[in-house]
Structures are given as C-alpha cells and as structure tokens.
Design a protein around this ligand. Structure first.
Ligand code: HEM
Length: 502
C-alpha cells in the first residue's frame, strides 16, 4: 500500500513508526536498493521477515515519529525481562507453572542477575567474542563487587559474609539452586568463547586451592587476590599426551636436593584462560604418582594461544613449563595423591557444564520458535509447515527433559553432604552431561535445518544458531567426553547393584 504523500522517498514505516533512513541507506548491511524499493511504504512485513526487533532498538535514532492513531504490535524487550516465547524460559519462570524447588531468595537472585547480565555482561561478551579480546578488567571488577566471582564457585564457606548483588541474597543462604541460576542467567550473554573466557578457569581451579591448600594464610591470600579480581587462575591438567586419561600425564615435578622446591618440566594443552592467567593449578608427576601444585607465572612459564573453533576471548593456551621452581608449600593435598584433589572438582565442573548447555539449548530453541513465526516462505509462515513443528517438538522435549533431570540432581546436591555427593552423584552427573550434549547435538542440527543458510553465517538472524552448531562440541568433550561419562555412570550404578539380584 502506498502511504500518504507526507512520506518522502527515504522514509519507511515499520510497526506504525516512521523511520527516516536517508542517511542510513548507504550503510545498510542489506544494501541500498532494498531500502529504496520500500521507501514511502509500510515495510513492516518485509522488515520482520529479515530482522529482529533488537535492530530497531539499536537504530532507534532513525525513528522520527509514530503514525497518528496507530499502536506498535511488536513487544520491545528490556534488560531483565523474561521471554514471552513459549518454552523460552524454564517452567519455574513461567507464571502458569509451579515448582517445588525455588524460593523467594532464588527468584530475587534470578531477577537481579538477569538485569546485571543484560546490562553489563552481554554487550561486553558480544564485543569480545567478535574481537577475540580477553575479558576487560572493568567487568571483572564489577562482578567482583557484586559477589559474582564468589557465587560462581558454588555454595560454600567462601560465600559467608559476602554481600551478593548489593545484599539481596546472603552468602550463607546460597545453595545449589542459586548456583544453577547464576550459570543459567550468565550464559544468556550468548557468546560461547566468552562464556569460558569469563573466568571459567577460576571456577575449576580455585575450588581445589580452597579445599586442599595445606596452609591457611597462604590459601586466604590466593583466594583474596582472585576474588578481588586482581589475579587470574586456571586449571592445567590436560596435555597433548593425555586428555580425559588424567593418570597418563607426563609433566614432571622433581624435588630439589634441599627439599624446598619442585622443579617442574612439561607441557599442557587446551588450558582455558591460560593465556591471561597468573596462577596455574597444575597436575604433575612426582616420584610415585600424580600431585597437584599451584604454579605462579614466572620465568620458565610460557603461554601460547591455541586457535580453537570458538573465539580467542577464551584465552585457550598451550603452556610450557621449563625448569620452573615451585615452593613445596604450593602443593595441594598430599604428594602422589593428586587424583583426590582433581576428582571431587569434576562433579561441580560437569554439573556446571550441563547446566550451561541445557540453558543454551533452550535459547536456540527459542530462536527457532521466533524465526518460524517470523519467516515467510511460499506465502506463509514457516511454522505452518508440519515438518517444522515436528522439529520444534523434538527440541522442546529435549530441553524440558534435561531441565527436569538437572533440577532433580541439583535438589540432591542441596541435601547430600559432600562425601555422599561423590559417592552417589558422580555417576548421575556424568550421565546428565552425556545426555545434555547429545541433546545439544540434536538441537543444533534441527536448528540449522530450520534457519537454512542463515545458520551458516556469523552475523545476522542466524548468528546464535551458527555459534551453537560450531561450539556445542566444547561441552561434549571438555570436562570428560560423552563416552567416558556414560561409562562412569553405568559403572557407578553397578557398584551399588546387590549381588542377590543376579
Ligand atoms: C530502519 C530500517 C532498517 C534497519 C535499521 C536495518 C538494519 C539492518 C541490519 C543491521 C542488517 C544486518 C543484519 C543483522 O544484523 O541482522 C540488515 C540486513 C538486511 N536488511 Fe535491513 N534494515 C532496515 C530495513 C530494511 C528493509 C525495510 C528491508 C527490506 C525491504 C531490509 C532488507 C535487508 C536485507 C535483505 C538484509 C540482509 C539480511 C540477511 O541476509 O539475512 N532492511 N538490515
């Protein structure tokens, strides 16, 4: 329909608002001619067939007015808002549903963290993912002040007395469901390389220092430096020679004659955050077995970035230790019994990875539901195709099943003392992570088919799908490959099988 003469050739209407694109046509990523073709017309349908509402929010300065007597129909999302897309949120955040697990304290944390993530984390995450820059200090400082660095380690004494997000939740009341919320809210920044670059190394290594340091004053110093954001720490276990096969590592630590130092020699590979870390919680071979020592960056420690499928913002490193002198006080746990330092932390790491990939699978599903309702093909919306609805059904089912299983395991974590968790939950957590990444595989595959060519480009409407399809394998490999974890789950279950059942 041609619109009133008051529109000049470079003005268009989208959802009852008038945009003057005169100064924008040359810069339009979709080209100049498409805009000229619709100039002077209502371009609502053409626009939403190819763009998201967030683009209009970004280019809000082009809007010069609203058509008299008309109202906008498309909802604008603001920082902190819940998604209104069906299945866009887990059921506990869907008003019509109930949940036995979440208290007011959990809900307060969710709200505050969503605003924090939308406002401060997402813009930085998107930029770092694009440029490959490491996480900036100002964001680390802001997270530190809000207690987010403490929270990301999960429940524990380290949270006691800490003000969380300005005091809305007490450190003492923080449990595994708060932990679940922190993980699920922060991954909504939707930048897989940054997700790991955002100090994931700290989560999986500082916990070992807190639990196994042999000197309290030393432990407090390291913890204070890291929680304040002044120093960065990572876990250095895997090697070119040994991935999930931890006992196979070759990095050696030999005691000096005076017994005061270890001389460390060897290499580590795939070390998340290694490029920008000050401390390395490192697996080494001592004379009779595996030990874990904290190595401070010094002469003899070299880190080189490894190019991975996700952005360099993760700081993934190849690390070389050459005659590195490490004080024996930096030993964590007992010499030659390092496996007891490494194993307990695997549970939280695997649970945390499952938590994240389950939430991102939902985000991908939400993108597909939106796109299917937006995209016009052969004169009708994509969602009119039964084949598309089948794909969405499968994706939704995977997301819902995984979230329910995750919440069940998380509930057990809130009640079981630490020792019981190791005995009873290592297997179920392994199986959960295995299944969550199998589901991610299914969701990534279906999402690409739904988005078509746009799922193969790093910018534009399909960018979330492109990234997920390119990176979900990080979750299927890191922290224990699917096959290893499935096997662990079955072996642990069989340990508890009574002989009388034979
Ligand atoms: C205020 C109006 C508009 C703005 C601010 C705008 C902005 C953009 C931006 C930022 C992109 C890059 C893709 C992305 O990041 O998603 C893009 C792509 C594109 N735009 Fe626009 N656009 C506008 C109106 C239109 C209209 C009315 C049409 C068509 C009639 C159009 C056609 C296209 C096309 C064909 C692409 C390439 C998209 C693809 O291949 O997926 N744009 N636009």
């Amino acid at each position: 329909m041609m619109l009133p003469q008051l529109l000049t050739r470079a003005e268009i209407i989208i959802d009852s608002k008038v945009y003057d694109v005169t100064g924008f046509v040359d810069a339009h990523p979709g080209g100049e001619s498409v805009l000229r073709q619709v100039a002077g017309r209502d371009a609502t349908e053409a626009f939403y067939n190819l763009h998201r509402q967030e683009i209009l929010q970004k280019y809000g300065n082009l809007c010069i007015g609203t058509i008299d007597g008309e109202e906008s129909h498309v909802i604008e999302q603001h920082p902190g808002d819940l998604s209104l897309v069906p299945y866009g949120e887990p059921t506990w955040l869907t008003p019509q549903f109930n949940s036995p697990y979440y208290t007011e304290s959990h809900r307060r944390l969710q709200k505050a963290l969503r605003i924090f993530t939308d406002t401060y984390v997402t813009p930085v995450a998107q930029e770092c993912e694009r440029t490959g820059q490491h996480i900036p200090q100002h964001l680390i400082d802001r997270m530190s002040r809000a207690g987010i660095l403490h929270m990301r380690l999960g429940p524990g004494m380290h949270l006691h007395g800490v003000q969380l997000l300005g005091g809305i939740v007490k450190g003492e009341e923080f449990d595994s469901f708060h932990d679940l919320i922190v993980g699920q809210e922060m991954v909504r920044a939707n930048a897989r390389g940054f997700q790991d670059g955002n100090l994931t190394g700290m989560i999986i290594s500082l916990s070992a220092v807190l639990q196994f340091a042999n000197n309290d004053a030393w432990k407090s110093r390291i913890a204070q430096e890291v929680f304040s954001g002044k120093k960065k720490i990572c876990l250095a276990i895997t090697e070119a020679f040994a991935g999930s096969d931890v006992p196979g590592i070759r990095t050696t630590a030999e005691k000096t004659n005076d017994g005061k130092y270890y001389m460390v020699n060897g290499t580590k590979k795939w070390i998340t955050n290694g490029v920008f870390c000050d401390y390395f919680v490192t697996g080494v071979n001592t004379d009779k077995g595996l030990s874990v020592v904290l190595i401070e960056r010094c002469e003899g420690v070299e880190t080189t970035p490894i190019k991975t499928a996700y952005s360099a913002t993760a700081g993934t490193a190849y690390v070389t230790f050459e005659n590195v002198k490490v004080p024996v006080e930096n030993l964590l746990g007992v010499e030659n019994k390092g496996i007891h330092v490494i194993l307990p932390n695997f549970n939280h790491e695997r649970w945390m990875m499952s938590n994240a990939v389950i939430r991102v699978s939902r985000l991908v599903t939400e993108e597909c539901i939106k796109w299917s309702n937006q995209r016009l093909v052969f004169g009708e919306k994509l969602i009119e195709q039964p084949a598309i609805r089948q794909k969405l059904a499968k994706m939704i089912a995977h997301c819902e099943a995984n979230q329910a299983w995750l919440e069940n395991i998380t509930y057990q974590m809130t009640l079981m003392p630490y020792k019981q968790q190791s005995a009873h939950l290592a297997g179920p957590i392994g199986l959960l992570k295995m299944f969550a990444t199998r589901s991610a595989h299914e969701c990534a595959d279906e999402a690409v088919q739904i988005f078509g060519g746009r799922a193969l480009t790093r910018t534009g409407m399909g960018k979330t799908i492109e990234m997920f399809h390119r990176t979900y394998k990080f979750d299927a490999i890191l922290g224990g490959a699917e096959e290893i974890l499935g096997d662990l789950g079955v072996r642990q279950a069989l340990k508890n099988m009574p002989r009388s059942m034979l």
